[in-house]
Design a protein around this ligand. Structure first.
Ligand code: F6P
Length: 361
């Protein structure tokens, strides 16, 4: 069996807390246990598409103290530009072969991809086509990768949203207002549900559950009856309007989720004298200082990913299950999109706390 001598690492898709900790862990494990050289690829697959390739050999100097606690990814990432449909010199072209030839000319024995399900699916397809040796690490604040209980970045996003609710509570109480916090999460409501419980929200709205404006208002009136003059509402970005329509903004013909908080606010203010204000937390959820559990998860994933490569167990995705790291074939790991399920224990928790979640709950 040929010894693994040189591997690459890249971060792909939206950034999040814990990516730097994962890269650091990969480097330390590769160097100290196996004496493998590690090459950092710049800006996701873009670094392998560009010529000259944008790659640097990582050294201990890269990981001087501060990096583990820094949000984002020092390698850079890229969340647009599917290499199979790449916009290049005014045309849409397939540049997957450029990635394959870059991997080969760099003489990489393996590549660790830190990404969400979208990135993982694309890179797996390229790896199959070019016979590249890849191992995946799941990251996404949305926590929607099927196989893993937690992906890197989720807890940092929940923490940022919880801190936002803590701050909003103070000003809500001062003015006797209903504060609405809109959070990310794409089509999954995990961030809203988790942060809503942790931050003491009165109403949690997630895309998985239908609600009514009247239901929300009833809850707010109940709070008033209990002589509490303010309230907190957290809403996930993909929650639909009461009529079932998504709320999106258009930028350069591209649709982006956003604005459901404003919709909820207007509807409440139309029907009541409750004063609402809206905060859209946005990318603070991605760029915040990584919380301890994300650094720990990232470190555990990094070590396991390198071990898989060293054993030549390729095409695997590491995941967190039952208090340990496991690994599965990549296609199996990303097969299911993980939304909040009806059996999610936190739904019961939220309901038991009297939080309004929707009409059929
Ligand atoms: O998937 C991560 C995520 O942060 C989603 O929660 C959000 O909808 C989206 O990415 C935002 O993407 P962008 O950074 O392109 O605005």
């Amino acid at each position: 069996m040929d010894k693994i001598k040189k591997i690459g690492v890249l971060t792909s898709g939206g950034d999040c807390g814990g990516l730097n900790a994962a890269i650091r862990s990969i480097f330390f494990r590769a160097k100290t246990k196996y004496k493998i050289d590690v090459y950092g690829i710049r800006n996701g697959t873009l670094g392998l598409i560009k010529r000259p390739v944008e790659v640097e050999e990582l050294s201990y100097k890269n990981f001087e103290g501060f990096l583990i606690k820094q949000g984002g990814t020092f390698l850079g990432t890229n969340s647009k530009g599917n290499p199979f449909k790449f916009f290049f010199k005014g045309k849409v072209v397939d540049v997957s072969n450029r990635i394959i030839s870059a991997y080969k000319s760099l003489k990489l024995d393996g590549l660790i991809v830190i990404g969400g399900d979208g990135s993982m699916k694309i890179i797996k397809e390229i790896a199959d086509k070019g016979k590249l040796n890849i191992v995946g690490i799941p990251k996404t604040i949305d926590n929607d990768v099927g196989i893993t209980e937690y992906s890197i970045g989720f807890h940092t996003a929940v923490d940022a949203a919880t801190k936002a609710l803590d701050s909003l509570q103070a000003t809500a109480a001062s003015h006797g207002r209903a504060m609405i916090l809109e959070v990310m999460g794409r089509d999954a409501g995990h961030i809203a549900l988790n942060a809503g419980i942790a931050g003491g929200a009165d109403v949690i709205l997630i895309p998985e559950l239908e609600y009514t404006i009247n239901g929300i208002i009833k809850k707010l009136h109940k709070i008033k009856k209990n002589k509490i003059g303010h309230s907190l509402i957290i809403v996930a970005e993909a929650t639909r309007k009461e009529n079932g329509k998504k709320v999106v903004n258009k930028y350069n013909k591209q649709e982006r989720l956003g604005g459901i908080g404003q919709y909820i606010s207007k509807e409440i203010m139309k029907k009541t004298d409750i004063e609402c204000r809206v905060t859209s937390l946005g990318h603070i959820q991605r760029g915040s200082t990584p919380v301890a559990i994300d650094r720990i998860l990232a470190s555990a994933f990094g070590v396991s990913a390198v071990d898989l490569i060293a054993k030549r167990k390729f095409n695997r995705l590491v995941a967190w299950q039952d208090r340990k790291v496991i690994d599965v074939p990549i296609e199996e790991g990303i097969r299911d999109y993980r939304k909040v399920s009806n059996e999610d224990t936190l739904l019961k928790t939220a309901l038991s706390l009297g939080i309004y979640l929707g009409k059929d709950i």
